[in-house]
Ligand binder design. Sequence first.
Ligand code: ADP
Length: 228
Amino acid sequence: MSTIHSNTHTESSDLSGLKGQLPLVGLTGGIGSGKSVVSDLLGKLGAGVVDTDRIAHQITAPHGLAIPAIEMQFGRGYIDANGALDRSKMRTLVFGNPDARKTLEAITHPLIRQETIKQAKDLVAHGAPYLGFAVPLLIESMSWRSLIDLLVVVDCPEETQITRVMQRSNLPREEVERVLQAQATREDRLAVADVVIQNQGSLTTLEGEVNLLHQKILKIQKDLLGSS
Ligand code: ADP
């Protein structure tokens, strides 16, 4: 979804109390690989899913939690007529300006973290059999990697990623390529994956793969309950 927010280790801290209670599954993949689609499918099957990219988007949507601080730090010019973050303008600013990126992340990360923890705890309270955390830069974060029990990587060829994101987010090719270059490579992700979901075919094929994944995680959950 959003292409300007990255995660840091901070989002995963405070979730460690959940470890051992239920399986904690990390869902990652490059931009446009299909993380959100996989998250939604798992959610429909009954998983408890927290999508950190979606949270990043919500807090910068009209009247989002991050908007007042962004306006204060960056000025009214970065807020659009609807009261949302002007994504295109901010994207341009932070790509060429690490300090501005840090300032933006100092605002967004604590809010994303707070909401991630809140949603995770709510899902557990409502009886979720396991938690799936969709995190774009998961493999880059050691603290996320040490938290999760199973690392699921959604994978497709780079050209497919580019085409999908150009369509989904109405972005020019160069911009999508810039995001891709700032992320871990496909090979890096595949090297650390416990499970790879191939997403280069149809949505029906993907649904079948996600069903199998769900069953596999439910089995891990049963084993965990049996051993506690
Ligand atoms: P990510 O969350 O990894 O950035 P999304 O889940 O948003 O990626 O998927 C990117 C775009 O590609 C979305 O518009 C989504 O609907 C579409 N998409 C994902 N998987 C498929 C597929 N197997 N077939 C067709 N479109 C797909």
